[in-house]
Design a protein around this ligand. Structure first.
Ligand SMILES: [Fe+2]
Length: 248
């Protein structure tokens, strides 16, 4: 019998338990295009727990002029969030392990580098993203300068930049420099389109992907994450590859 309507799954399966930590999401409310309030954050955290994550690092956007976030304000808001939802966090059995940032390589990035004004994931990793539309220039020297200062750099979702192919020599050069790559788990199930999905698998299979992140923004993404955990291809990839998430 042909099933014309397949029911959408309502709960996540814990396929991401081997990762332990999610190190890229936008669940600190009201600071970027992510969660719009504690309620949305709690919905997302419930799904992340069900998907197998035990701890979460929040990484709000720092992007001029759209999200002109300030590290001190972000730290205050994160402390407030933890206090406000403390009892629910205990019930959800998930830890808000820290707050860092997803730093756009933009016109003020150089100033940030000069001031060393970065919040790091687990006190160690600097998450950097490029423009999602315009080809970026001159980044190798800037990232190398950061490495010389001792930063360990993670490039956020390299599979999402339309100007880089999955086997791009420019990405290969970044790997040779020692830049770590983080792919989005939702890329693996086609949330951002088939081209991005193919690139994500290609990069993982090349051994280029060091971390996986949810990049969860809100309950719409959480719904996609539930479906993601029912995708056999994604589950198999988690079973057969090792990522650095579980070192956080
Ligand atoms: Fe992000």
């Amino acid at each position: 019998m042909i099933h014309f309507f397949r029911r959408r799954p309502t709960a996540a399966r814990p396929i991401f338990a081997p990762l332990g930590a999610d190190m890229h999401c936008h669940l600190l409310p009201c600071v970027d295009d992510g969660s719009r309030g504690n309620d949305e954050t709690e919905v997302c955290l419930q799904v992340m727990h069900d998907a197998g994550f035990g701890k979460v690092y929040c990484t709000p956007h720092y992007q001029y002029p759209r999200f002109p976030n300030d590290e001190e304000d972000i730290k205050r808001r994160f402390a407030d969030l933890k206090t406000d939802i403390a009892s629910n966090l205990q019930k959800l059995d998930i830890e808000l392990a820290g707050v860092a940032g997803e730093y756009r390589y933009d016109s003020v990035f150089g100033e940030r580098v000069e001031k060393d004004s970065f919040l790091l994931i687990a006190g160690k990793y600097l998450l950097v993203e490029f423009s999602l539309s315009q080809q970026v220039m001159g980044y190798e020297d800037v990232l190398f300068g950061l490495q010389m200062k001792g930063y360990e750099i993670i490039l956020a979702h390299p599979e999402r930049y339309p100007y880089f192919a999955g086997n791009s020599p420019r990405l290969e050069h970044l790997k040779e420099m020692g830049i770590l790559f983080q792919a989005n788990v939702l890329s693996l199930s086609g949330f951002y389109g088939e081209g991005t999905q193919i690139k994500a698998f290609d990069m993982v299979n090349r051994g280029w992907v060091d971390f996986l992140g949810t990049d969860l923004h809100n309950p719409i993404y959480a719904r996609a994450l539930i479906e993601n955990t029912h995708d056999r291809k994604v589950e198999k990839l988690i079973e057969t590859h090792t990522f650095l998430n579980n070192t956080l």
